[in-house]
Write a protein that binds this ligand. Structure first.
Ligand code: ATP
Ligand code: MG
Length: 307
């Protein structure tokens, strides 16, 4: 029976046998999928992890539009280099410390967030100087080899002075601990980090760019055809499919994944069991997914037509 699903990659065939409800649940589950830009970013992060300590550590800025998969890459990296506990020595080793930026770039909030990422809970009512040295000491005790700050664009919510103080704190940590810092965020974040000349100098950058109609997108569609648990072969290596997917998602990774999930679930529910270009024509299904921009543009067209 399982051999009948030879349109799927061998490791995914068993899932096509599952009842509809379980296949839908499988589709909705989070899973890491290897993508060219993401793999490139991961290998740059690995390089930083093994970088020898020296006076001026190289840092990295990972930036790109919302939904392009920045946080997925960082979480994956943290998972691949997760912390361990040495029972005998009673020491936690946390090579990768991943911190979400607090909603405002206050230094105290930042250190509190950093301590929380290292499971340190008693930092209430402490002064900024104490928090700073506590954060510094804990990073060093945990053997942190890389510090990652996600959603760095949140710092733009602060005043100019707060932003400068925050960037100073970042610089202090990388100089003092001699570890690389990775900042991730949108294009605005890039501009913000690069306004500090001392930081601009040492930050390399990786940009995640939206998908285009090229070989990489073709490969992505072919891999969806090989892994979505549908019982009949899909026709995803098709120029019309690629055009529809790009038009509906503007090439944003998160939207492409969501779109494929929705059309695959519809293919199961309707008993069609495959996806082709016509699967992307169902407005009821797709409209909620279409970005505000596309909706706004089509309204403009309608208005123009009406005029
Ligand atoms: N490599 C991947 N494997 C599986 N799913 C992915 C991958 N990359 C992105 N996604 C999907 O895209 C969604 C958006 O990704 P993510 O949250 O990482 O974007 P982001 O760039 O951090 O956006 P923001 O700037 O809004 O924080 C994820 O929830 C996930 O569903
Ligand atoms: Mg994110």
């Amino acid at each position: 029976m399982i051999d009948a699903y030879d349109h799927l990659l061998p490791q995914y065939r068993e899932f096509a046998l599952l009842p509809d409800g379980e296949r839908i649940e499988w589709l909705r589950r989070d899973r890491w999928i290897s993508l060219p830009q993401a793999e490139m970013a991961l290998s740059r992060l690995e390089d930083l992890l093994t970088y020898p300590r020296r006076g001026r550590m190289p840092c990295l800025l990972l930036f790109g539009p919302t939904g392009m998969g920045k946080s997925e890459i960082l979480n994956r990296f943290a998972q691949l280099n997760s912390s361990s506990y040495d029972k005998r020595a009673g020491i936690t080793n946390m090579p990768v410390v991943l911190v979400q930026m607090p909603p405002t770039p206050g230094e105290a909030d930042f250190y509190a967030e950093l301590l929380m990422a290292m499971h340190y809970a008693q930092y209430e009512n402490l002064r900024v100087q104490t928090l700073r040295s506590l954060a510094r000491r804990t990073l060093s005790e945990y053997g942190a080899r890389i510090l990652i700050l996600d959603e760095i664009d949140k710092m733009l919510a602060g005043t100019g002075r707060e932003q400068r103080l925050f960037l100073n704190a970042v610089r202090f940590l990388t100089n003092d601990l001699m570890i690389p810092i990775v900042c991730a965020g949108t294009e605005d974040a890039r501009i913000a980090v690069l306004t500090d000349p001392n930081l601009a100098d040492r930050f390399g950058a990786i940009e995640l760019t939206p998908w285009r109609n090229d070989m990489a997108l073709r490969q992505l569609m072919v891999s969806f055809a090989g892994l979505l648990p549908l019982r009949k072969p899909s026709a995803l290596d098709d120029a019309a499919v690629r055009q529809r997917v790009l038009a509906l998602t503007q090439g944003v990774t998160g939207r492409i994944f969501r779109l494929m999930e929705v059309v695959a679930i519809a293919a199961i529910r309707k008993g069609r069991e495959m996806i082709d270009a016509s699967s992307f024509d169902d407005d009821d299904l797709l409209l909620p997914l279409v970005s505000m921009q596309v909706v706004a543009n089509s309204r403009k067209v309608v208005r123009r037509r009406a005029a």
